[in-house]
Design a binder for this molecule. Sequence first.
Ligand code: GLN
Length: 191
Amino acid sequence: MSLKTITIGVLGLQGSFARHIAMLDKLGVQTIQIRYPEEIDNCDGLILPGGESTTISKLLDEMKFRDRIQKYNHPMFGTCAGAILLSNNSDNPHVKTLNRVPINTKRNAYGRQVESFIAPVELSFDKKPFNAVFIRAPKLRQLGKEVTALGTINGEIVLVQYENILLSTFHPELTDDQRIHSYFIKQLIRK
Ligand code: GLN
């Protein structure tokens, strides 16, 4: 499959979807801003962006996305709130997760004093650390044994892969560094 024939859907209900689309454009990958559930069937992969997980959770039900994403078997990438939504459960009853990755998430886990920060993430697949933007980021807890850690800051796991799903607690779309999106496309989509 060449990059030109790949189409990635970016869930465009709320949050940071436009920056994901811009980054995929730069990589030469076709994108669709997903507004309706049936649109994901035309995509080779799906990104769930960061934003506010309580809001996105509500919109998933209102817009009838839940079943389709639960059954979706192409690769997915959840960033920040998107990662919370793909996990097994979160600490907030207003966030109904999609249970696609055996992981629990603790929302806003870095506390109010440090709502956002930039930190170098050590990557398992590249020597050069990735300067990552964390915004009211969650922490990943109770990782299932099939979950592989791909990125850490000070020993805290912030990027994981489970089968064909990638989760990051940070926002890789908010920098100019394309390596995480490239990893998603090359390692997960082009199999
Ligand atoms: N704190 C947000 C939430 O719990 C996530 C923040 C983000 O996506 N940057 O939904």
